[in-house]
Design a protein around this ligand. Structure first.
Ligand code: ADP
Length: 154
């Protein structure tokens, strides 16, 4: 099924000038962008976004890290995009993420792990709404579509 998922290029990625390389990985894979912009995150949005971490001792530290510079938020589309992007990202801790994954190739840290990626269809819907207005998401013809998938895969 064609899905949309939310990816955030974290401040560590912006500051290490890795945005182009990371975005390129998603494009090369065959995912396409239907929304992309730079934003500076606030406590209000982070409290909501990381609500599942609110009892953790590192909650404030993670939030502070996400506010250190602007981030790039993207909405990516493709068949099974949510799971595929999580697989590309790799496990949370960059030090144990396998080479070939984004975190495995670019991160030495649990916290400074390059990207956020939605972890389920429900979360993806909520997160896309959290970061994008409807008019900031674009439906357009993806010309490579027929070359990315067999006609019974979509
Ligand atoms: P993921 O981003 O892989 O979905 P979580 O939703 O569990 O992981 O955590 C959100 C973010 O909080 C992580 O990407 C990471 O930046 C940070 N984080 C999670 N667990 C830890 C930890 N044990 N130590 C430091 N930072 C953490």
């Amino acid at each position: 099924m064609i899905e949309r998922t939310l990816v955030i290029l974290k401040p560590c990625t912006v500051q290490r000038a890795l945005c182009g390389e990371i975005l390129h990985r998603f494009e090369r894979k065959g995912l396409w962008f239907v929304g992309i912009k730079m934003v500076w995150l606030t406590d209000e949005i982070l409290d909501e976004h990381y609500a599942h971490l609110s009892s953790k001792p590192f909650f404030q530290r993670v939030k502070d890290s996400m506010k250190m510079s602007p981030v790039i938020v993207c909405c990516l589309e493709g068949v099974d995009a949510i799971h595929t992007v999580r697989t590309l990202a790799g496990p949370t801790n960059g030090r144990v993420a396998a080479p070939g994954t984004i975190r495995g190739d670019y991160s030495m840290s649990y916290q400074e792990n390059i990207v956020h990626a939605s972890d389920s269809p429900e979360t993806a819907v909520d997160e896309i709404k959290r970061f994008f207005k409807p008019e900031e998401i674009f439906d357009y013809k993806q010309v490579s579509f027929d070359y990315l998938y067999a006609n019974d895969e979509t």
